[in-house]
Design a binder for this molecule. Structure first.
Ligand code: FE2
Ligand code: FE2
Length: 286
């Protein structure tokens, strides 16, 4: 790596409660060894937003000795406590409050959050992504406030894909959000949620936007072993390496379309990474 390259780790979907301890310890050691300028965690810190899961997530995240920004995933809103879900949905993040949906300002590059989770939505399931007008407005305002010449990475939980190649309706408002981002100096959109990595370009009426998805560091694997993304910015372009414990090459770790969710592909036509590490039975959800 050239010494003036900026190194950013993009990690996602740790799902404490079903975390992969070995992958997580290795990731933490890599963060300590390489000291990235920032770590972007794109949501689903926990399995069911239980207090003990949040306690473990808070301990792990606060132990990282680098700047961290945290997106909220659909698994992180109170699941067993509807009252808290509606009245104080971020209460369980209090131990890492200053890191949640935080803008990280680096030399020449900023990481800007865009919220895609909702307490409720007029469709089922509520686990799907939804970009509300206020959330988009807040993200665009943060982008517009950047000094001239500053580039940005936008961090979300759900990929901003409104309809995937199989015709499945995914993130509501995703297409509009991407079209807006295409008019700003956005180098890419960092997402999680689907548990497989990707590096795709989505066309919008205002031009192309790069979408970079990270895999999971949990036992809920879809078609690839646990991984995180190592991003390098040389001032002109971002390169992505999908780091994994098994040493699988990056192109073999990436899917070529955005799936509906993190469940292993079972139907023909669903995107599968070339490494094809699809679990024989569906991973546990509890
Ligand atoms: Fe997830
Ligand atoms: Fe998710």
């Amino acid at each position: 790596m050239a010494t003036d390259d900026l190194l950013i780790f993009h990690i996602s979907d740790i799902h404490f409660g079903l975390e992969d301890t070995r992958a997580l310890e290795w990731t933490k050691a890599e963060i300590a060894r390489q000291k990235p300028a920032a770590v972007a965690i794109t949501g689903d810190l926990t399995m069911r937003a239980r207090h003990r899961e949040f306690a473990a997530a808070t301990r792990w995240i606060n132990s990282l000795d680098v700047p961290v920004t945290v997106e909220v995933g659909n698994h992180d809103l109170p699941y067993f406590n509807p009252w808290e879900r509606f009245t104080d949905p971020y209460k369980r993040f209090r131990g890492m409050q200053e890191k949640v949906e935080r803008v990280i300002d680096l030399p020449g590059l900023a990481i800007v959050p865009l919220k895609t989770v909702r307490r409720w939505q007029p469709r089922w399931p509520w686990s799907y992504g939804w970009v509300t007008e206020p959330a988009l407005h807040q993200c665009l305002a943060a982008l517009d406030a950047l000094p001239p010449g500053k580039q940005a990475l936008v961090a979300v939980h759900h990929p901003l894909v409104e309809v995937n190649r199989m015709g499945k309706v995914l993130t509501h408002g995703g297409a509009n959000a991407l079209a807006e981002l295409a008019t700003r100096p956005v180098l890419g959109v960092l997402s999680g949620h689907v548990h497989d990595a990707f590096d795709l370009v989505e066309q919008t009426p205002n031009g192309p936007v790069r979408m970079i998805g990270a895999g999971t560091l949990s036992k809920r694997v879809r078609s690839t072993p646990p991984s995180f993304n190592e991003l390098r910015w040389n001032g002109k372009r971002i390169s992505v390496q999908v780091r994994n414990f098994d040493g699988v090459a990056t192109p073999d770790m990436q899917i070529d379309d955005v799936p509906e969710d993190a469940l292993p592909p079972r139907r023909p036509g669903e995107p599968v990474a070339p490494v094809g590490a699809v679990p024989r039975t569906d991973p546990p959800v509890h």
